[in-house]
Design a protein around this ligand. Structure first.
Ligand SMILES: O=C(O)[C@H]1O[C@H](OP(=O)(O)OP(=O)(O)OC[C@H]2O[C@@H](n3ccc(=O)[nH]c3=O)[C@H](O)[C@@H]2O)[C@H](O)[C@@H](O)[C@@H]1O
Length: 430
């Protein structure tokens, strides 16, 4: 094989200057447009790969890069105005996930009673972001500003603590939903584990350290069969990755309490529902599909056994959240160092009366005045557990928590909202 030694430098970085150099230059000129063309193709592919590809493990980290849009000349003023306390002995509270279902209700309630509230939300597209924008518009009218950014953005979190010395953090930002964990597992790790650690890192370094109340989940009980579920029961048998990340969150909370003296309260929510709810939840998309005349899959256990949930109304949950904030003690650390033991708590916030999913559908049929097309099927292996049932005596004793809304009443309020928001099925949720 003929080897052209002229085109190869004899030693790296050293070129022979001879008669072929002119030809080489000519060739180089003809290469430039080709080079430019292929570079553009390469950059185009990079763009498609990083911004347009389907969800993968790193999906939400990319989302966060795109959704952070804070700063600007009025940024600090807006944050400070939102954090203004009008109540004597009021708190200044950072609410993460403020454009979410529970976050928007809790933010409104806190602001209404005179606490200072700053929201944080990345407005991701797990479900229709226009619903999040509508909640944001409501909050803005109530005087709550939502900073647009991700909880993994530590620089942003520090900046917020520089502007406002928050006394409390209500950490509700999370990747929710049990079944979606099989579709996009990375988003659960990103928000529920990495995101929680980012929040706790910034809180531990803040001076003063805030007290933190955060959202755990009834799903941590997993395959536990003691009923009703008590905080003393085992939680080491999660049935979904979602549950596993919430359980991991509880262990991470223990660590930050132990090492840094952060005051931490985890709330295990039991299937929260109500107006302005989440479209990925069964009661919500069942309503939509009943109105559309579409069939709805109703899961049942082996031998036609019921699948049931301890559905808990949003207003009861909000009261529980506020009570958890009000009874939380101060963190004890400063400058990232623990000074003494700090409070570490976990509470069930449920309704204590599980309802089979088929009964939920019957209630919806009456309220929507339309028969559902029921498609009864075996509970798929998708992370769902057969039933949940909260023992709430600890929350009752220590938080004064007392749910008062039964499923019928709560769903009536939900359906009223749904019909006014989506206009009787004419405009519909996706
Ligand atoms: O309690 C909790 O901590 C959890 O409650 C809900 O999870 P889940 O109870 O599964 O709520 P839905 O997705 O609304 O499901 C409610 C019931 O309907 C059933 N279902 C769901 C979907 C479906 O197509 N058919 C069906 O029968 C489920 O198996 C479940 O029993 C939330 O989605 C979680 O984010 C939350 O953490």
């Amino acid at each position: 094989m003929k080897h052209n030694i002229e085109s190869n430098p004899s030693t790296p970085g050293k070129f022979k200057m001879d008669k072929s150099s002119y030809n080489n230059r000519l060739r180089l000129h003809s290469y430039i447009p080709k080079l430019a063309f292929w570079s553009l193709v390469f950059l185009g592919l990079l763009y498609i790969f990083f911004y347009k590809s389907p969800p993968a493990l790193s999906d939400l980290s990319r989302r966060s890069l795109r959704t952070s849009s804070y700063g600007g000349p009025n940024f600090s003023q807006k944050v400070k105005a939102s954090a203004k306390i009008t109540l004597r002995n009021g708190k200044s509270i950072l609410v993460t996930g403020a454009a979410g279902f529970v976050g928007s209700h809790v933010s409104t309630a806190l602001k209404r009673r005179g606490d200072g509230v700053v929201g944080l939300d990345n407005f991701n597209d797990y479900y229709d972001p226009s619903l999040k924008r509508a909640r944001q518009a409501h909050l803005e009218r109530a005087g709550v500003y939502i900073v647009e950014g991700d909880i993994n953005d530590v620089v942003l979190l520090k900046k917020l603590f520089d502007i406002v010395p928050f006394t409390h953090v209500m950490h509700l930002a999370a990747q929710a939903g049990v079944r979606y964990a099989m579709v996009n597992p990375g988003s659960y790790v990103h928000s529920n584990i990495a995101g929680l650690v980012s929040v706790l890192e910034v809180c531990k370094n803040a001076n003063p350290q805030p007290a933190i109340v955060w959202a755990s989940s009834s799903s941590v009980y997993g395959l536990n069969s003691n009923v009703p579920f008590s905080e003393r029961d085992r939680t080491d048998q999660p049935a979904s990755l979602y549950a596993a990340t919430k359980k991991a969150g509880e262990e991470i909370a223990h660590t930050y309490n132990h090492i840094y003296g952060l005051s931490l309260t985890g709330l295990r929510f039991f299937t929260v529902y109500g107006p302005w709810g989440r479209p990925d939840m069964a009661y919500f998309f069942f309503s939509r599909d009943i109105l559309k005349g579409k069939s709805i899959p109703i899961f049942e256990a082996a031998n036609h056994g019921n699948v049931a949930r301890d559905f808990t109304y949003i207003e009861d949950i909000v009261k529980g959240c506020l009570a958890a904030l009000d009874t939380s003690k101060k963190s004890t650390g400063t400058g990232g160092k623990k000074k003494g033991p700090a409070q570490l708590r976990v509470y069930n916030l449920g309704n204590t009366s599980p309802v089979p999913v088929s009964d939920l559908v019957s209630i919806l049929e009456k309220l929507l005045k339309k028969k559902a097309k029921r498609l009864v099927m075996k509970l798929p292996r998708n992370g769902d557990v057969q039933f949940t049932h909260a023992n709430i005596s600890l929350a009752q004793q220590e938080l004064g928590y007392k749910p008062v809304t039964d499923l019928q009443t709560g769903l009536r309020k939900f359906v009223q909202w749904y019909l006014s928001y989506y206009g009787n099925g004419k405009k519909s949720s996706q």
